[in-house]
Design a protein around this ligand. Structure first.
Ligand SMILES: [Zn+2]
Length: 124
């Protein structure tokens, strides 16, 4: 059982999702990229890669989060219209879903950005 590498895989960047989930350093592959749920470390604790300087310029993070929150709120309102669940159920469901989605989106976005910057610096 090897990780899926079918036609759906993005070009040359397999495992970006798992890198985001586990917070893998782009250089040494250790789980050192994040020091908090959605907080990048300043540098890799293993190979001392300067993550902070790689992150610089990743200013769309706020926009991405806002867009995602907007989408989720719209989805929540849509489900509300459709199913008319009790209010407590709405909060119980959408609270964790929203938090998890925002954290994951931030992790994924930051990982993508850092990997992109890292690859860019590898070019002569
Ligand atoms: Zn490292």
């Amino acid at each position: 059982m090897t990780p899926d590498s079918g036609p759906g895989e993005q070009k040359g960047q397999p495992g970006l999702v798992s890198a985001a989930l586990s917070g893998l350093c782009p250089r040494c592959g250790e789980r050192t990229l994040f020091e908090g749920p959605a907080q990048l470390a300043d540098e890799c604790a293993n190979c001392e890669l300067d993550i902070l300087s790689l992150e610089r310029g990743g200013r769309f993070v706020g926009v991405v989060t806002m867009l995602l929150a907007l989408v989720l709120i719209c989805a929540a309102l849509g489900v509300d219209e459709w199913l008319r669940p009790p209010l407590w159920a709405t909060f119980l469901f959408w609270g964790p879903v929203t938090i998890a989605s925002v954290v994951f989106a931030l992790r994924f976005y930051k990982t993508m950005w850092v990997y992109h910057q890292y690859e860019e610096r590898q070019q002569p």
